[in-house]
Design a protein around this ligand. Structure first.
Ligand code: UD1
Length: 408
């Protein structure tokens, strides 16, 4: 028997861990060495919409243990996770700890594992933005330095690890586990109606409702007419809307950055397209504190949504004319779906998603002049799906295989 404890904490972790859990179940059904899996949630993301929804939609069993860490400064989140996770490791004595991605749980999990002399496996190893001011870059560097098994999503990441002197026998190129989740769910997502996604999640209902009344507002606006009428219902059509997501501290924590960005969205993007914005709690808090929230809510061509589930986001991505985002995961999903993607960052740890490497994403930072220029080009493009090597929906099986065959 092999005992594995996986530690997750934040929304993108759940999407990456789901296929790993399914791969363990499939392996156990097939016989061979039994794998006991204990799932631990730090509690960093605690709202139902940031956590529970993902467990339900992606069929992840309830976490066996929740550390109840919640919000706080980075030191509070990492420190509290270490204190609680150490107790879990001492009680359950696993053979392996598995951590995913680059969030605070990833860092806390790897450090605690190694201090307890437990082997650590990092899924999504080797990504580097080169920007040490990003909390995620600190988490990646420490986790990769400590991990015994580094499972990389692409060959550029394997190369990064080699350059840092990581021994070859620790690096295994397994492909992108996020894409396992995408491939397993794209059929379900395709069935969803954009209209129901919006009606179930819209925050600013009073401003833009997808009712016949709203039609006149939209038809009165310049540019494309995103909402057409069918029977007595209005439907937002594929290719007639743009999507934005923002959550990085570098974009949302400073008024001098966020305000011009919001102005560009409200004064330019919404003139061309209906803009759908599923809003992250950090972004919402900051818009409120900078006095920008009301403006966003009252724009007649901007649909503000609560944080939405995995399937809903995938569906919106499938039909979006353009994606504006600072999320790493969305850059990857846009590459597979072919959605032109403006990445609102100056660097990325995922260069394989950039157009120069064949992907769909362009780095535009948070300078409005640059964003405007690339936005004009992006909306003139047609969808161009691309599939990097081993982004084939089977990365999780290779992750488990790498652990089972580990000889260190
Ligand atoms: C975290 C990750 C980031 C990841 C992002 C995805 C780290 C360092 N950052 O950033 O890499 O891309 O998740 O969402 O781990 N909040 C809620 N409800 C929740 C969770 C958070 O209201 O369920 C609030 C918190 O109180 C806090 C803010 O959102 O004020 C930010 O949460 P936090 O977990 O600190 O970081 P994220 O920005 O979500």
């Amino acid at each position: 028997m092999l005992k594995i404890i996986s530690l997750v904490g934040a929304r993108p972790n759940f999407i990456k861990l789901a296929p790993f859990v399914h791969a363990i179940n499939k392996h156990n059904e097939g016989g061979g060495q039994y794998v006991e899996h204990i799932l631990v949630h730090t509690g960093q993301h605690y709202d139902d919409r940031m956590s529970q929804t993902f467990f339900e939609q992606l069929n992840i069993p309830q976490a066996d243990i929740n550390l109840g860490v919640g919000s706080g400064s980075h030191a509070q989140q990492v420190g509290q996770t270490m204190i609680e996770f150490e107790k879990v490791l001492q009680q359950h004595k696993p053979h392996w700890v598995v951590v995913v991605g680059d969030v605070n749980a990833t860092l806390a999990g790897s450090v605690t594992a190694k201090k307890e002399w437990v082997k650590c496996c990092h899924i999504e190893a080797g990504l580097r933005s080169g920007d040490i001011t990003m909390p995620e870059e600190v988490n990646r560097l420490v986790t990769d330095r400590l991990s015994d098994l580094l499972l990389t999503p692409d060959t550029l990441s394997s190369e990064n690890l080699r350059k840092e002197g990581t021994p070859e026998d620790r690096i295994v190129f397994v492909g992108n586990i996020m894409i396992d989740t995408l491939e397993a769910n794209r059929g379900k997502a395709k069935e969803m109606s954009i209209h129901s996604i919006i009606t179930a999640n819209q925050i600013n209902q009073s401003v833009v409702t997808l009712s016949c009344d709203a039609l006149s507002v939209v038809e009165g606006s310049k540019g494309n007419h995103p909402i057409t009428q069918s029977g007595n219902q209005s439907i937002l059509k594929d290719d007639h809307y743009a999507v934005i997501t923002l959550h990085r501290p570098s974009n949302v924590d400073h008024k001098e950055v966020l305000e011009p960005l919001v102005q560009f969205l409200l004064e330019e993007v919404t003139r061309d397209y209906t803009l759908i914005w599923p809003i992250h709690p950090r972004a919402r808090k900051q818009l409120e504190s900078f006095g920008l929230y009301e403006k966003v809510c009252s724009n007649p061509n901007l649909i503000l949504l609560e944080p939405i589930g995995y399937l809903e986001m995938l569906r919106l991505n499938m039909g979006a004319k353009v994606m504006l985002t600072d999320s790493g995961g969305l850059q990857e999903e846009c590459t597979i779906l072919g959605t032109p993607c403006l990445t609102l960052r100056w660097n990325t740890e995922r260069p394989i998603t950039l157009t120069e490497h064949g992907g769909a994403s362009i780095l535009v930072g948070n300078n409005v002049a640059r964003i405007r220029e690339e936005y004009r080009i992006a909306v003139s493009k047609t969808r161009n799906p691309v599939r990097p090597e081993l982004w084939d929906g089977h990365a999780a099986e290779r992750c488990l295989e790498a652990i089972l065959s580990y000889k260190g």
